[in-house]
Design a protein around this ligand. Structure first.
Ligand code: NDP
Length: 242
């Protein structure tokens, strides 16, 4: 059987690192991207190799113009690409009326533009089918408190993109879906403090989710069993959007 390869953007820390090790356990060889934390990226790669899989880390600022080159590097070094997980993201927070043009450009650059470019380039290399998973957010469907307009808009764009791209990619055997997590304890969204307590109050479960809750859903969508699921958004948020 052909050795499958997955590329996870923002795989150095948090949810992306969890997805990388989950897909390595599923049998994928793994490429990750990172932007600042080389040491954390090396730790993810070491965890992948400890599972008996090949692992590489690629430095790529998703806000820049290196996204196509990063995917070409994955194909060059690991031979192919079968799964793409667009996970790298930023969470700008602030009153919409105080927002700068630079903040708008940054969130669109990483959370939206990079996802589109990566999908376009990866699809070209997925000559025998493939799996694309975009990490959105439950805040695409619900903005329960002020300050998250840019973030909500950027994540809402992903379901429209996936819905449309699924039409183009379906005949090539490529599925594309969005996973929309709720609060997960990472550097981006620590589970302590007033903001965390507010988030818990909106949830049915009243507790943050685990990185493994998100990784399990991505793992399923990247598996052969999920071949009939495409163009949709699946939410795992402890009932925040219920
Ligand atoms: P973290 O902040 O913990 O990790 C972010 C990851 O993205 C790191 O690997 C980081 O690399 C990378 N990254 C950041 N900026 C860039 C950039 N400009 N170019 C390339 N890579 C970059 O985030 P989470 O793990 O919490 O979030 C991962 C995804 O999940 C995001 O898309 C987020 O919006 C989404 N999400 C998170 C939720 C949560 O509660 N945590 C809830 C819903 C969605 P480096 O280590 O080098 O800095």
């Amino acid at each position: 059987m052909t050795q499958r390869v997955a590329y996870i953007t923002g795989g150095s820390r948090g949810i992306g690192a969890g997805i990388a090790t989950a897909l390595a356990k599923d049998g994928y060889d793994i490429a990750i991207s990172y932007v600042r934390n080389e040491q954390a990226a090396e730790e993810t790669v070491a965890a992948v190799r400890a599972l008996g899989r090949r692992g590489i880390a690629i430095r790529c600022d998703g806000e820049g113009n290196g996204n196509r080159a990063a995917i070409r590097q994955v194909v060059k070094e690991l031979g192919r690409i079968d799964a793409l997980v667009c996970n790298a993201g930023i969470y700008p927070y602030g009153d919409v009326a105080e927002t700068t043009d630079e903040q708008v450009d940054a969130v669109l650059g990483l959370n939206v533009r990079a996802v589109m470019i990566e999908t376009i380039e990866a699809a070209r290399h997925m000559t025998t089918g493939g799996r694309i998973v975009l990490i959105g957010s439950t805040f695409a469907d619900r903005a329960p408190f002020p300050g998250i307009s840019l973030y909500s808009a950027s994540k809402a764009a992903l379901s429209g993109f996936a819905r449309g791209a699924a039409r183009d990619l379906g005949p090539r055997g490529i599925t594309i879906n969005v996973v929309q997590p709720g609060p997960i304890d990472t550097d981006m969204n620590p589970a302590t403090g007033e903001a965390a307590d507010l988030l818990r109050s909106f949830m049915c479960h009243k507790e943050y989710g685990r990185i493994s809750d998100v990784a399990a859903l991505v793992s399923f969508l990247a598996s052969p069993a999920a071949g009939f699921i495409t163009g949709t958004a699946l939410t795992t948020d402890g009932g925040l959007a219920a």
